[in-house]
Design a protein around this ligand. Sequence first.
Ligand SMILES: *[C@@H]1O[C@H](CO)[C@@H](O)[C@H](O)[C@H]1NC(C)=O
Ligand SMILES: *[C@@H]1O[C@H](CO)[C@@H](O)[C@H](O)[C@H]1NC(C)=O
Ligand SMILES: *[C@@H]1O[C@H](CO)[C@@H](O)[C@H](O)[C@H]1NC(C)=O
Ligand SMILES: *[C@@H]1O[C@H](CO)[C@@H](O)[C@H](O)[C@H]1NC(C)=O
Ligand SMILES: *[C@@H]1O[C@H](CO)[C@@H](O)[C@H](O)[C@H]1NC(C)=O
Length: 352
Amino acid sequence: MAQQHVLLHLFSPFRLSYSPISNRPISPLRRNVVRLLVALLVLVGVYLYQAGSPLFSFPNKDSPSSHSKWRDYSLAQAANFVAKNGTLIVCTVSSPFLPFLNNWLISVSIQKHQDKVLVIAEDYATLYKVNEKWPGHAVLIPPALDSQTPNDFGSQGFFNFTLRRPQHLLQILELGYNVMYNDVDMVWLKDPFPYLEGSHDVYFTDDKTGIKPVNHSHDLPPPGPNGMTYICSCTIFLRPTHGAKLLMKKWIEELQSQTWSKSNKGNDQPAFNWALNKTSPQVDVYLLPQEAFPTGGLYFRNKTWAKETKGRQVIIHNNYIVGFKNKMKRFHQFGLWLVDDHSLESPLGKLE
Ligand SMILES: *[C@@H]1O[C@H](CO)[C@@H](O)[C@H](O)[C@H]1NC(C)=O
Ligand SMILES: *[C@@H]1O[C@H](CO)[C@@H](O)[C@H](O)[C@H]1NC(C)=O
Ligand SMILES: *[C@@H]1O[C@H](CO)[C@@H](O)[C@H](O)[C@H]1NC(C)=O
Ligand SMILES: *[C@@H]1O[C@H](CO)[C@@H](O)[C@H](O)[C@H]1NC(C)=O
Ligand SMILES: *[C@@H]1O[C@H](CO)[C@@H](O)[C@H](O)[C@H]1NC(C)=O
């Protein structure tokens, strides 16, 4: 990238005539020599460009050959390319959520963990777009969803989208990687990895809004009055252990046994909670601290609490709000929309 810029500047006549050297009057002979050199450089540049030199590896926007390359890119290849130290950070994204992906990715980059991010694209547009800007960091596990419009929480589209999450995570565990899953309507304020204490099978956060003591237990919380826990399926860290795989298999089973209907507003979270309940003695779990990983229902809605705990949050989740526009507006209001001012810090740059 840096090399390209240097070359482009060299070729720019604007750049030459305004460089400090050309402020001095120069002899016609020297001017001719300079002209000749510039012409030569241009010729060499054109030659290199046509010869497909890596110096000129401009993203080839709609090249069918790069499309077919990414279509055939498998999860195993992608994981092998992206993982660092046996660990991957993954998210699943469809086109309408690209701005949120970028926002999240900027925050991950600020914590210097972007290298191990693998975007699981849910449609081909996302696969091509991410890989065009950041080669190798997106993979599509067929079949692709046809999702041109944002799918709001509670809609069937959203349910379809989340259904495949445990399947993807299980595949990654079977390949032998540690995996951190995040929804993309999140922002990292600190590095979460030091908070993954001990060597448990799975780490997660509570989505309940009730305030807990700072020294709350890290066990699975007791079920609420309706007999259910309310663990979030939004931040999950898994080690490639028997227990973690068992949990993912149970989650898939629970999802398959329920069907979506307008009345139950299906999403994958209840199934995750039932899976945690049913595998409870066999899986070693760790509930992350509430102060550091609060639900959006607490962080955004209780300003007193947010103020009291300021500086101790690690990941903020923009949930407990419905709709793409509302989420974006709230991130803006709380100074968590990083896309406008920090796009240079994203491996995707500005996404237009
Ligand atoms: C790599 O992983 C090991 C074990 O999980 C950990 O102790 C170490 O700090 C990690 N190294 C880096 C560079 O992240
Ligand atoms: C969700 O999946 C079901 C079953 O595969 C399908 O019939 C339906 O059209 C999908 N809906 C959306 C909005 O993607
Ligand atoms: C938390 O701290 C309080 C007061 O120091 C103590 O009584 C309580 O047992 C602690 N709870 C846990 C789960 O450690
Ligand atoms: C599992 O759910 C049942 C029904 O709500 C509850 O009685 C039981 O305590 C739960 N088990 C665990 C380990 O949370
Ligand atoms: C909001 O947070 C404050 C401070 O932690 C707490 O005292 C209060 O009960 C909370 N309010 C609600 C509605 O949960």
